[in-house]
Design a protein around this ligand. Structure first.
Ligand SMILES: [Zn+2]
Length: 69
């Protein structure tokens, strides 16, 4: 894999997984990363991070395709 391919892969990853995504406190554990305070397992929803990603503009992606009249 040369530099150009790596760069393209990075851009693709960014477009897919980073761009337009935001973090918010996990709903399942209320941002703590655990279900409760007494040695309980990590939250399965956020994997113990206390955050989850969401895409606020997920429905806008197919909008710009057909505007050539
Ligand atoms: Zn959680």
């Amino acid at each position: 894999m040369d530099f150009k391919e790596r760069k393209e892969a990075r851009i693709e990853h960014y477009e897919k997984y980073v761009k337009g995504w935001k973090n918010r406190p996990c709903i399942a554990c209320n941002g703590s990363g655990y279900y409760d305070h007494n040695g309980s397992p990590r939250c399965g929803s956020c994997n113990g991070t206390g955050k989850e990603k969401y895409k606020p503009n997920a429905t806008e992606t197919t909008e710009k395709t057909s505007k050539t009249t």
